[in-house]
Design a protein around this ligand. Structure first.
Ligand code: AMP
Ligand code: ZN
Length: 470
C-alpha cells in the first residue's frame, strides 16, 4: 500500500483510491508564454513518477494536465501585467501563436524527459463555457461579488478558506501588502476579469491601442477573460469528477492557486476538490531561487546545448526525494550523467532477461516507492541489485526493466544489447592510443573529437581504451 504526504492534512497517510483500482490525478500544467525551465520540469517529473508508480501497482490511472494558454497577470494578487501580453510585445506574435509555440516546446520537453503523455491535456481556452458555468454556480451560492474590473470570490464567506496552507485568512490579510483595489478582503481573488474596466484595457492602456486583448470572451458579467484559478477547478471537475484522488503541483501553488481551487470547488459544488494534495519542492541553484534576472535559469534545451542527455536530468531529479529542495549544479548534472552512462554500460553485457526477477530487491524497491515515493532510496536499491553478481544477470535484467517502468530511464534500449563498435571507430581509438603513447596530445584530442562525431566516447582503461556510446 502507498503512503503519501498530504499537504492538506500535513501527514503521511495510507492512500486509498475513491474507486478501487483506479486513480484520478490532476497536475497543474505550465503557463505557455515562455519556455518551461528545468525547475518547472522537476514538478512534472514528480507527477510522472507518481503516475508510473501507481500504474506499475496495477492501478488504472487517469492523468489530466492543463495548459494555461490564456493570459494572466504577472503576480498572484490579480495585479501586474498580463504575461501573454508581455510575450506578444516581446515577440510580435498573436496570443494564440505564442500559446501554440510554447505548448509545442513544452510537449517536446516532456517527450525528451520520458514523461508519459497525459490521458487528457486540457487547454484553458478550450474550456471557457465550463469556467463560466462554474462561476455562475459560485455566484448563485452567494460567494461572488462584482467590482469595476471583474467578478471576485468572497473568501470571508467560506469558513474553510485557508485550510491547505494552514493560514487563516485574517493572518494572510495581516501579512498582505497587495494593492486591494476594490477587493473586500486581501485573500479574495478574481474569477472573471473584464477586458476594459472603466473604459481602459486591464493593463492601463486605452482600448484602441495595440495592446487590445486577443483572448476575450462574452460572459453573463461582460466581455473578459477567466481568472487564473478557475480553469483548474472547472477542468478537473469535467475530466475527473469531484472529489478526485490526487492533485499535484509545485509548493508555490499551496498558498494561493490551490487554496483558491479548493475554495471554488467548495463554493460551486460543496465538495472538496481532491482528497490528496501533493507538492514538489523547488529546484534551486547555489542555495537560492532560479530566476532569469540572476542568469541561472536554464531550459532543457540549454542542457542539451551544453552536451547533456535530457535523461541525465531525469536521473538527477530521481536522486532527490520530491519533498526536498534540489540544488542544481552542472557538477551534479555531470555526476548524474556519468552514473547513467555507467548503468547503461553495465547492463549491455547482461544475458537476455528471463521471466523471474530478484524478489528481494523488488520488495525493497517498491517498498521505497510506496513510502511517499522515495525515489532516491529506490535508485539506491536498483544499483545494489545491479552490482549483485550473485544474482543471474537475466533475473537482474527482468527486475531492472520493471523498475524502469517507474524510473523511466529508457533502459530497455540497453539491457542485454551489447554495443556494436564499428571497425573504423576501433581503428581511430587505436591511433589515439598510439598518439598518447607518443605524447602527441593534440593529435590524441583530435582523434577523440573525431570518434565523438561518430557517436562514441573513448575513455582510457588500464589495458588500453574503452568505448561507449556518446
Ligand atoms: P508555471 O508555469 O509557473 O505555472 O509553473 C509550472 C510548475 O512548475 C508549477 O507546478 C510550479 O509550482 C513549478 N515550479 C516553478 N518554479 C519551480 C522551481 N524552481 N522548482 C520546481 N518547480 C517549480
Ligand atoms: Zn492549477
Amino acid at each position: 500500500m502507498f503512503h503519501f504526504y498530504n499537504t492538506l492534512t500535513r501527514s503521511k497517510e495510507p492512500f486509498t483510491p475513491i474507486v478501487p483500482g483506479t486513480v484520478g490525478i490532476y497536475a497543474c500544467g505550465p503557463t505557455v508564454y515562455w519556455f518551461a525551465h528545468i525547475g518547472n520540469m522537476r514538478a512534472f517529473l514528480f507527477a510522472d513518477v507518481l503516475r508510473r508508480a501507481l500504474e506499475l501497482e496495477g492501478m488504472d490511472v487517469k492523468f489530466v494536465m492543463n495548459i494555461t494558454d490564456v493570459g494572466h497577470l504577472t503576480d498572484d494578487g490579480d495585479a501586474g501585467e498580463d504575461k501573454m501580453l508581455v510575450a506578444m510585445r516581446r515577440e510580435g506574435k498573436s496570443a494564440y501563436e505564442i500559446a501554440a509555440f510554447y505548448t509545442e516546446a513544452f510537449l517536446k520537453d516532456l517527450e525528451r524527459l520520458h514523461i508519459e503523455p497525459a490521458s487528457a491535456l486540457t487547454r484553458a481556452t478550450e474550456h471557457i463555457p465550463e469556467q463560466i458555468a462554474m462561476i455562475e454556480e459560485i455566484e448563485r451560492n452567494g460567494l461572488a461579488y462584482r467590482t469595476s474590473d471583474g467578478m471576485y470570490f468572497d473568501t470571508s464567506k467560506l469558513p474553510a478558506y485557508g485550510q491547505l496552507s494552514g493560514q487563516a485568512s485574517s493572518e494572510k490579510l495581516a501579512g498582505a501588502r497587495v494593492d486591494m483595489g476594490e477587493k473586500r478582503h486581501a485573500t479574495d481573488f478574481a474569477l472573471w476579469k473584464f477586458s476594459y474596466p472603466n473604459g481602459r484595457s486591464f493593463d492601463g492602456a486605452q482600448d484602441d491601442t495595440a495592446s487590445q486583448r486577443q483572448m476575450e470572451w462574452e460572459s453573463p458579467w461582460g466581455k473578459g477573460f477567466p481568472g487564473w484559478h478557475i480553469e483548474c477547478s472547472a477542468m478537473s471537475k469535467k475530466y475527473l469528477g469531484v472529489p478526485f484522488d490526487i492533485h499535484t503541483g509545485g509548493i508555490d501553488h499551496i498558498p494561493v492557486h490551490h487554496e483558491n481551487e479548493i475554495a471554488q470547488t467548495l463554493g460551486a459544488d460543496g465538495v472538496l476538490e481532491a482528497n490528496v494534495w501533493m507538492h514538489a519542492e523547488f529546484l534551486i541553484m547555489h542555495g537560492g531561487k532560479m530566476s532569469k534576472s540572476l542568469g541561472n535559469l536554464f531550459t532543457l534545451q540549454d542542457l542539451v546545448d551544453k552536451g547533456y542527455d535530457p535523461i541525465a536530468y531525469r536521473y538527477l531529479v530521481l536522486q532527490a526525494h520530491y519533498r526536498t529542495k534540489l540544488d542544481f549544479s552542472f557538477e551534479a548534472l555531470e555526476a548524474a550523467q556519468n552514473a547513467l552512462h555507467r548503468l547503461r554500460n553495465v547492463v549491455r553485457d547482461w544475458d537476455a532477461p528471463v521471466d523471474t526477477g530478484c524478489a528481494e530487491y523488488e520488495v525493497r524497491f517498491f517498498g521505497a516507492l510506496q513510502d511517499d515515493l522515495n525515489t532516491s532510496q529506490a535508485l539506491a536499491v536498483a544499483w545494489e541489485m545491479v552490482g549483485d553478481d550473485g544474482q543471474p544477470s537475466a533475473a537482474r535484467g527482468h527486475a531492472l526493466l520493471r523498475f524502469d517502468r517507474v524510473l523511466g530511464l529508457g533502459l530497455d534500449a540497453y539491457v542485454s544489447r551489447p554495443l556494436e563498435i564499428p571497425r573504423a571507430v576501433r581503428a581511430l581509438a587505436d591511433l589515439r592510443e598510439q598518439a598518447r603513447a607518443a605524447h602527441d596530445f593534440a593529435e590524441a584530442d583530435r582523434l577523440r573529437a573525431e570518434i565523438l562525431s561518430r557517436g562514441f566516447v573513448v575513455e582510457d582503461a588500464t589495458d588500453g581504451w574503452k568505448i561507449r556510446a556518446a
